[in-house]
Design a protein around this ligand. Structure first.
Ligand code: SAM
Length: 239
């Protein structure tokens, strides 16, 4: 318990937690769905000792993990594409979390997902090695000022965590419409010995992967004339 309290003393996430005020109906999901589908506090040990089975209370074959899912459009989409898989999404922005959860409407809320309304690293650091099949980092905050670059989620330190939790051959997908950030993410990731960048030619990072669904955020960038970069990496086998 003391450890859980510690988490909240530290400023773990930069950026906003709350945007425009929300109607009560929208906030209701924080009392109804969130308590039933959040990663349990007791599982947030940050000791790399929890399996996906511990989190879901059943056998998990394939696990997808999305860091900073925004309004959750991509997370909903992949849940529809792979109904037999399991999903964890982390998003500290309350408006984003409510947007994602309210989209379940009055239908039965599926049991194959969990959310965390805080720093994704709290969950990733709790997972055992080789737990995750797919890791998504879509349009992370660019933090354009040099003095803020250390806040960027794709950093040498975090890449070690991503590599630890990914299974051998597991896939990490990073996207952005900020050219400087794209260059930063590729440089950091190819310098990390655990990842292999799958691109062979420019079309590979300029073209969306097959079956891709662009989020509103991505479309807004395209409408403003920015081009999206899609960076796909494989976790190299452990020797
Ligand atoms: C620019 S938005 C992109 C949202 C979404 N991925 C999309 O493409 O529409 C980046 C999101 O990352 C979230 N974020 C920032 N740091 C995070 C962290 N440490 N863990 C989880 N989410 C984080 C922010 O709250 C924000 O919603």
């Amino acid at each position: 318990m003391a450890e859980t309290v510690e988490h909240h003393k530290v400023k773990r996430v930069y950026g906003r937690r709350m945007g425009r005020p929300m109607h009560k109906a929208r906030l209701d999901v924080l009392d109804t769905i969130l308590p039933r589908r959040k990663v349990g506090e007791e599982l947030l040990t940050e000791k790399a000792d929890k399996t996906p089975d511990d989190i879901f209370g059943e056998t998990v074959d394939r696990l997808h993990f999305e860091i900073g899912f925004g309004n959750g459009e991509h997370l909903h989409y992949i849940m529809e594409q792979f109904p037999d898989d399991y999903f964890i999404g982390a998003e500290p922005y309350i408006n984003g979390m409510t947007a994602f959860l309210k989209d379940f409407g009055s239908e039965d809320v599926p049991k194959n997902f969990r959310v965390h309304m805080d720093d994704a690293l709290m969950v990733l650091n709790s997972l055992k090695d080789a737990s995750v099949d797919f890791l998504y980092i879509l349009n992370p905050d660019p933090w354009p000022k040099s003095r803020h670059h250390k806040r960027r989620i794709v950093s040498p330190q975090n890449l070690e965590v991503f590599a630890r939790v990914l299974k051998d051959g597991g896939v990490m997908l990073q996207t952005t419409d900020v050219d400087d950030l794209a260059e930063w993410m590729v440089t950091q990731t190819v310098n990390c010995p655990h990842f292999e960048w799958t691109a062979e030619r420019p079309e590979d990072w300029k073209t969306a992967p097959n079956g891709w669904m662009a989020t509103r955020y991505e479309n807004k960038g395209k409408d403003a004339g920015r081009s999206q970069t899609y960076l796909v990496y494989k976790r190299r086998p452990r020797s």
